[in-house]
Design a protein around this ligand. Structure first.
Ligand SMILES: *[C@@H]1O[C@H](CO)[C@@H](O)[C@H](O)[C@H]1NC(C)=O
Ligand SMILES: *[C@@H]1O[C@H](CO)[C@@H](O)[C@H](O)[C@H]1NC(C)=O
Length: 504
């Protein structure tokens, strides 16, 4: 189905209304409807997803059984074809499509709504009494507040009735947005860029919806058997002697734990691809020490790379080689690396959306693996986190750094705790690709793991994520305070990541 939409003369307050839109819709399988609404005249940002373009549509029966269009005002009605039940009805409110403000509302058939992320949801089933959930990746504490966290998941599942029949709604859009759940029941999306690219998946059960969703975004990786065992990690063991003492204490009581981690305190001055030659002097032998008892060792890497020229007595080659390859995210001029501050102090930020950067990252990882043998990789701070607001120079006043409408994200400043939105990456402006930073780091890290481990199973664990990371990575629910509430909230958190295709 293909249709052209004309602007109806009502102009929205933020300006930049797009006059002509194209609607394209297709049934991709008997259980998956895809519809896309975009600028008819000029190309806007679209998520360069690693898996979705490989999915073939092989369904030919009429779309009219599922989708109906209303004109003046424009609306879409999605029905379940067996019983004609209306599942997603946008005729309840007009579509707004401006350059930096896109709004769509839809009436839903029930209040049984699950998903949307990443946030702490204190209950699995959503409250539909005017709750607004902002979506934009951000390094923030999962302390029970309603703010946006590390991952970006514009996906929800709606359980229609007691029969178990369910459908899922996925908006493939990486821009900052907010999703409001209303008593009608209904949902309103407000996103400040990209296009409306929706996938609606129908199931006889919630499980079938998830099966259809993971077929679209990439089925989850089968984890290594050992990665299902107990694991132990903490920030700041301080030295390897202390790590080993911890391992020994657990061995002494026969605790069946399989994996020991080290956080950034193993590094020299918290710099990636280095280790502390004093406090962690015997780290090169540490994996062997664990392997002797059938245990595994996982270490951490962060994206931000220190701009220091030296590490102790030696040059910091990882930074120099990345600079030589142009591996960093650039300022708006497209050539000056944007500088911020993370754990090691002043840093640049790898642009994992560029092939040069991926090559550099794979190469650095392979070199480091030769030095410190380990079994798997833990990646953190990839929202991407920055302790400076935007950059050490701040951010200029323009429509990317200060859009006409900012969704209700934490701090309500787009570049707070991250990079300026006008920074440049190979996939586009940071404004559009910000929430894909962790996703692109996962894709690059997967290449690094393939280089080092070949077809042997390993594990990748990421803090920031986007639909599709489950194909390669697991996720942990972040930097919680390890209190009783955190244990309780982990239950909806884990159930939600099951819906999102990240069961690990
Ligand atoms: C190692 O760290 C522990 C815990 O912080 C500390 O008590 C101990 O003195 C340190 N040992 C060495 C050899 O630095
Ligand atoms: C894969 O695992 C086998 C068995 O442990 C090992 O011999 C081999 O070296 C591993 N391959 C790589 C590329 O690590």
């Amino acid at each position: 189905l293909h249709a052209e939409l004309e602007e109806n003369g009502l102009s929205f307050y933020v300006g930049g209304d797009i006059q002509q839109l194209t609607l394209h819709a297709e049934m991709q399988t008997s259980n998956r409807l895809h519809f896309k609404i975009f600028d008819a005249k000029s190309k806007r940002f679209e998520v360069p997803h690693e898996h979705i373009p490989t999915v073939k549509s092989d369904y030919t029966s009429p779309i009219s059984d599922t989708l109906e269009i209303t004109n003046n005002p424009f609306g879409l009605t999605v029905r379940r074809k067996e019983n004609k039940k209306i599942l997603f009805d946008t005729t309840m409110a007009p579509l707004v499509f401006a350059d930096q403000y896109i709004q769509l509302s839809a009436r839903l058939p029930s209040h049984n709504i699950y998903g949307l992320g990443e946030h702490v949801h204190q209950r699995f089933r959503h409250d539909t009494n005017w709750r607004t959930w902002p979506i934009f990746t951000r390094d923030a504490f999962p302390n029970g507040g309603t703010h946006n966290l590390y991952g970006h998941y514009p996906f929800f599942l709606c359980l229609e009735d007691e029969s178990g029949k369910s459908f899922g709604v996925f908006l493939l859009n990486s821009n900052a947005m907010e999703v409001t759940l209303q008593p009608a029941p209904a949902v309103t999306y407000r996103t400040i860029g990209g296009i409306l690219d929706f996938y609606i998946m129908f199931g006889d059960t919630p499980e079938q919806v998830v099966q259809e969703f993971v077929e679209l975004i990439g089925r989850p990786v089968i984890p290594a058997y050992w990665s299902l065992g107990f694991q132990l990690s903490r920030w700041n063991y301080g030295n390897l002697t202390e790590v080993k003492a911890t391992v020994e204490r657990n061995r002494a009581v026969d605790l069946p734990y399989d994996i020991q981690y080290t956080d950034i305190d193993y590094m020299e001055d918290k710099k990636d691809f280095t280790y502390d030659k004093v406090k962690f002097r015997e780290l090169p032998q540490f994996a062997d020490y664990l392997h002797e008892k059938g245990q595994r060792y996982i270490l951490i890497l962060d994206p931000a790379i220190a701009t220091s020229k030296r590490v102790g007595d030696t040059p910091y080659d990882s930074y120099d080689r990345g600079t030589a390859k142009g591996a960093w995210v650039f300022e708006s001029d497209g050539k000056t690396p944007i500088v911020g501050e993370v754990w090691p102090g002043e840093t640049v930020f790898p642009d994992y959306t560029s092939q040069n950067c991926i090559d550099w990252w794979v190469d650095e990882y392979e070199r480091f693996y030769q030095e410190i043998k380990h079994d798997a990789l833990w990646i953190d701070m990839n929202e991407v986190a920055n302790f400076q607001k935007g950059s050490v120079k701040g951010c200029v006043d323009n429509k990317l750094n200060y859009p006409p409408y900012t969704p209700k994200i934490i701090d309500e400043v787009m570049y707070s705790k991250t990079l300026c939105m006008d920074a440049k990456q190979a996939w586009g402006d940071h404004y559009d690709v910000h929430s894909l930073y962790g996703y692109s780091m996962v894709l690059a890290s997967e290449k690094a793991l393939e280089r080092v481990f070949g077809s042997n199973r390993t594990l990748l664990l990421t803090r920031s994520s986007f639909p599709g990371v489950g194909k390669y990575s697991g996720h942990w629910l972040g930097d919680n305070g390890a209190n009783w509430n955190d244990i309780k909230w982990a239950i909806p958190g884990m159930l939600e990541f099951g819906l999102f295709g990240v069961p690990y």
